[in-house]
Design a protein around this ligand. Sequence first.
Ligand SMILES: [Zn+2]
Ligand SMILES: [Zn+2]
Ligand SMILES: [Zn+2]
Ligand SMILES: [Zn+2]
Length: 256
Amino acid sequence: MDSDTLQVFQSELTCSICMNCFLDPVTIDCGHSFCRPCLSLCWEEGQTPRSCPECRGISERPHFKTNIVLKRLSSLTRQARADHDHHSEEQICETHQEARGLFCEADQTLLCGPCSERPEHAAHSHSPIHRAAEESREKLLTRIGSLWKMREEMKISMNQETEKKKMVHLRKVMIKLEYQRMLLLLREEEQLHLEALEREAKEICLQLIESVFRMTQQRESLKEMCRELTEMCHKPDTELLQVRKEGPSSERETLF
Ligand SMILES: [Zn+2]
Ligand SMILES: [Zn+2]
Ligand SMILES: [Zn+2]
Ligand SMILES: [Zn+2]
């Protein structure tokens, strides 16, 4: 790839947030693409609606699949850029005067071809710098992904805690209301009870008046009877006996 073509590719595959070649690119609803980590940071505080950092278009979904074609093209462009740059500033092995184009994972060092064949490296796996770097990028991206996931899960449990607090408050309010209702019911019941008692008292009072009246009348007639009998006692013998025979008070005697 010549320098100009590389330039064109590079500018087409640049994330407008970080201004670097795409890493794990995603294409959002409006069609614009960004590195997943850049977009995650951009939408970090869960602002809604989520708008495109480039055109402000609204994206309904918070998660997107990796744009595989863009990802491959970006990786190829990174490699082309690296090859291009390495030619001018690549590390040369002082012993063999060759480019150090291999990465030794075990030693975390860069090696030239002949160096990588030395006995101390016999058991190691060596890969071209670019591939090693892309693998390392992938690992970092996975780690970033799991960190975001962890963060999201923490938010969920934070929300749950807040929910719990809200529930406790709600229960407090409900308990207060329930007791207020019960107090009201008790007061009503008390009122009804007192009213019933009041009616009963009135009834008793009426009965009392009635029976007092009745007894007064009876006492009055008893007195009357006493007077009549006393009068009778004072009558002469024959009259007394005659009256008794006729029995003028026989009706009254039934009163006893
Ligand atoms: Zn980016
Ligand atoms: Zn957009
Ligand atoms: Zn060497
Ligand atoms: Zn090695």
